[in-house]
Design a protein around this ligand. Structure first.
Ligand code: PEP
Ligand code: MG
Length: 579
């Protein structure tokens, strides 16, 4: 049986399935005599303290093992644990109603879920599952079995199959013994996906029915590169997976060996490869993968799960660290690309966040946050090649507003006599069709374009990038997308503006080669994709890619474009195992 999901961490693994069921802890309700209440209060506080200790332990272990600061995921859990709405309220229920601690926790959980449900926005729905995770832990600790159902001590090596993995389960996992992960829920930005990538464990998420259809102990193949899960594979199928696994390994070694080589086509066209980075610590990973700088730092990750705007000084520190980590290469920082729901959790939301108040549209609601960021960026730019990228602009009037804000930030620094860059490179994220259609008007005002194809494709084709039900309609090689890209590149070239692409198209070999054919000479992608794209660039000829890109523009469908490219580029693609 074969299931298809979203491959979020590459590689192939084969092993027996371990199904993770999150068992609900049965809760009994007891009425206590008044004398028993103090001891019950004590038992509750001990369970909270044990939960706190475990969460802090997970946080530390995670920071150590994954080498990345993903422990922030647990800050929200720790906050929830100490939140008066939980802790004080549970104590009040205990004392006033004379019930056992388990029942008090259950009652408060219901109250909080009600509150979250009324808020009905994605952020709070996510927090609702966090709440289950935290309170489930307290209940287990009340049973004196906090560490009992142990994902930390797996009885062997397994392919983990779960409906969803709560962040604390994922962090507590004995990753050494996890061969692969397959979940019913999830997306590429799911916490479990981030962690699986950090640990180099193949993962496929969004499988919908994996837990229902995979029998415990059955042999499972997880192909995280291609987003496939196969159960009880036939002998020939297994052999072909093993062969693909071996090819991936050899390929990986070969790709590592090209890290230090230049990114140039066979006919000497230079294609600069940069990294997309979410967490400041990942800049080092980017460098190790051969990135020639950071083409996109998604600065909003600095808000963390608590959604607090970082101070100007904290930002300055981060931007300077990024510059140091990739010196002498440039660092491109994108200004806050957040939506209304991120701004004030629990506050107003947009009917459609992708089309609503986001990025600079939020300026009237959070003017200081934007000012502080631009001041920090200008200050950091005095120390190194930092570039400022404005996302989600719809055309020249948005750009003017952004440039005015930047000028205002510069004046305020001047007035205070604080050191800052006299001149800084400024770019526009071309990711809304109206910006693409006015690229010629924008080009005169900026130093670079960074085409955000993740969004551009969804807006051009009216296909939500996050909705798996319309993923077949999300086609980066659609002729409308390629024609629009061509016009943006041409507008940039005419004005002498650098044109970079920072969407996932740049990370995928076939579309990346089309981009080079369209004249793009700067590609920014997740660091892990760099060696493969570099191998493809080095095997191709820019002149041939240009002819192919032109030929693509005359074909009517994405499918025909893709087949034509695969045929024409067979020699370039053949040595790259992932095809
Ligand atoms: C994009 O839209 O292509 C992009 C790179 O930004 P994000 O994925 O963060 O929207
Ligand atoms: Mg975008």
């Amino acid at each position: 049986m074969q299931l298809t999901g979203i491959g979020v961490s590459p590689g192939i693994a084969v092993g027996p399935a371990l199904i993770v069921e999150r068992e609900d802890v049965p809760v009994v309700r007891l009425r206590l005599g008044p004398d028993a209440v103090p001891a019950e209060v004590d038992r509750f506080l001990r369970a909270v303290a044990a939960s706190r200790e475990q969460l802090e332990g997970i946080k530390e272990r995670l920071a150590r093992d994954a080498g990345s600061p993903h422990g922030y995921i647990f800050d929200a859990h720790l906050l929830m644990l100490e939140d008066p709405l939980f802790k004080d309220r549970a104590l009040a229920v205990l004392r006033e109603e004379h019930v056992n601690a388990e029942w008090a926790v259950r009652k408060v959980a219901e109250e909080l879920h009600d509150r979250f449900a009324r808020l009905a926005d994605d952020y709070f729905r996510e927090r609702s599952s966090d709440l289950d995770d935290v309170l489930g832990r307290v209940l287990l600790n009340l049973r004196g079995a906090g560490d009992a159902p142990s994902l930390r001590r797996l009885p062997g090596s397994f392919v983990l199959v779960a409906a969803g993995l709560a962040p604390s389960d994922a962090a507590e996992l004995d990753w050494e013994r996890v061969l692969a992960v397959a979940t019913d829920e999830g997306s590429a930005t799911y916490h479990t996906s981030i962690l699986a990538r950090s640990f180099g464990v193949p993962a496929v998420v969004g499988l919908r029915e994996a837990t229902r259809r995979i029998a415990p102990g059955s042999l499972v193949v997880v192909d995280g590169t291609r987003g496939q899960v196969v159960t009880e594979p036939s002998a020939p199928m297994l052999a072909s997976f093993r062969a693909a696994q071996e090819r991936d390994r050899v390929e990986e070694e070969r790709l590592q060996s090209i890290q230090a080589l230049a990114s140039v086509t066979r006919d000497d066209a230079r294609v600069v490869l940069l990294a997309n980075v979410e967490f400041p610590d990942d800049a080092e990973t980017a460098r190790l993968h051969g990135a020639e700088g950071i083409g996109l730092f998604r600065s909003e990750y600095l808000l963390g799960r608590t959604r607090e705007w970082p101070t100007e000084e904290r930002q300055l520190e981060v931007y300077l660290q990024l510059l140091r980590d990739v010196t002498p290469h440039p660092v491109t920082v994108r200004t806050w690309d957040v939506g209304l729901e991120d701004l004030a959790p629990g506050g107003p939301t947009c009917a459609n966040p992708a089309l609503g108040e986001r990025a600079l549209r939020l300026l009237p609601r959070a003017p200081d946050a934007f000012r502080r960021q631009l001041r920090a960026l200008l200050r950091a730019a005095a120390q190194g090649p930092l570039r400022i990228l404005f996302p989600f602009l719809t055309g020249p009037s948005d750009l003017r507003a952004a440039l005015d804000l930047l000028a205002e930030a510069r004046e305020s620094l001047e007035a205070q006599g604080l050191d800052h860059a006299a001149r800084v490179e400024v770019g526009v994220n071309v990711e809304v069709p109206s910006a693409a259609l006015t690229a010629d008007l924008l080009a005169g005002e900026v130093d670079f374009f960074s085409i955000g194809t993740n969004d551009l494709v969804q807006y051009v084709l009216a296909a939500d990038r996050g909705d798996p039900r319309v993923s077949a309609h999300y086609q980066p090689l659609h002729p409308a997308v390629l024609r629009l890209l061509r016009s943006v590149v041409a507008a940039g070239q005419r004005a002498g503006v650098t044109v970079s692409v920072c969407g996932e198209m740049a990370a995928d070999v076939l579309p990346a080669l089309v981009l080079v054919g369209l004249g793009v000479r700067e590609l920014s992608m997740n660091p892990a994709a760099i060696p493969r794209v570099k191998a493809a660039v080095r095997a191709a000829r820019a002149s041939e890619l240009q002819e192919l890109a032109e030929a693509c523009l005359d074909l009517p469908t994405a499918q025909e474009i893709e087949s034509m490219l695969r045929r024409a580029l067979a020699d370039v693609l053949a040595p790259l195992a992932a095809f």
